[in-house]
Structures are given as structure tokens and as C-alpha cells.
Design a protein around this ligand. Structure first.
Ligand SMILES: [Zn+2]
Length: 129
């Protein structure tokens, strides 16, 4: 990694480079990861319980403080969207009217049920699968 970028990360995250990954993980609800290259940084996230990963977002040096945090925010928002599309509970599935050909309500918590905003079980937050 180039020296200027290293200094930037020391200022933004922590003087100790060994704590950078942890800082990014903790700074995001989605537990984002960071990958460092000579002249670029890539952020990404794995959404547990779904079959989708967030498309990684890369910023190339030189970037501004704003561009750095905006890239991380993009990953956070994408992870949140995937979570809401896939982490519905049983009540969510019922509220969506998901029934099989015999009229039985299909179960949620399967990684494909979207979260229903009016759900009184998960309160529109989804569940850990
Ligand atoms: Zn629910």
C-alpha cells in the first residue's frame, strides 16, 4: 500500500493497521470487510443466511475522506437491502400470502422470504437465519 494511503487510513481508522479490519467490521451493521491493495481499497460484505454477497465497492487512491466513507456506506446499504429481501420469518411469509398449491402457508426463515414491514414477530427487521 502506498504511504499516503496508509497515512490516510491511520487517520481515519486507527494508528495501528492491525486494527483496521476490526474498525470497519465494527463501524458497519453488516460487518463489512476491507481489502487493501497498493493503490486501492475494496469494501464488501457477506450477508449471512442468504446466497448473495454484496457486490464489492472499490475506491482508487487518491480518494477523499468523503469518497472513502461513501463507498463503505454503499456496501452497508446493499447489505441491508439483501437482508430485507431474504430474512423474513414465518409470519412474514404468511403476510406475503405465500402458500403452496394446496393452500398451506410456506415457512419463512429460509433465505428467500422477504421481510414484511408490518410483521409483528420480527417487527419488520427480519430474523437471523
Ligand atoms: Zn417477520
Amino acid at each position: 500500500m502506498n504511504k499516503a494511503m496508509q497515512k490516510f487510513l491511520c487517520d481515519q481508522l486507527d494508528p495501528n493497521p492491525q486494527l483496521w479490519e476490526k474498525r470497519i467490521y465494527k463501524a458497519t451493521d453488516c460487518g463489512a470487510w476491507i481489502k487493501l491493495e497498493e493503490n486501492a481499497i475494496t469494501f464488501g460484505s457477506i450477508v449471512e443466511g442468504s446466497n448473495y454477497d454484496v457486490t464489492p465497492v472499490q475506491v482508487a487512491w487518491p480518494f477523499t475522506r468523503e469518497e472513502f466513507w461513501d463507498a463503505l456506506e454503499l456496501v452497508e446499504r446493499a447489505a441491508n437491502r439483501i437482508w430485507l429481501e431474504t430474512h423474513g420469518c414465518d409470519e412474514c411469509a404468511e403476510r406475503w400470502g405465500w402458500v403452496d398449491e394446496y393452500g398451506f402457508v410456506l415457512e419463512g426463515c429460509d433465505g428467500i422470504t422477504p421481510v414484511h414491514p408490518d410483521c409483528t414477530t420480527c417487527y419488520g427487521q427480519g430474523v437471523v437465519i
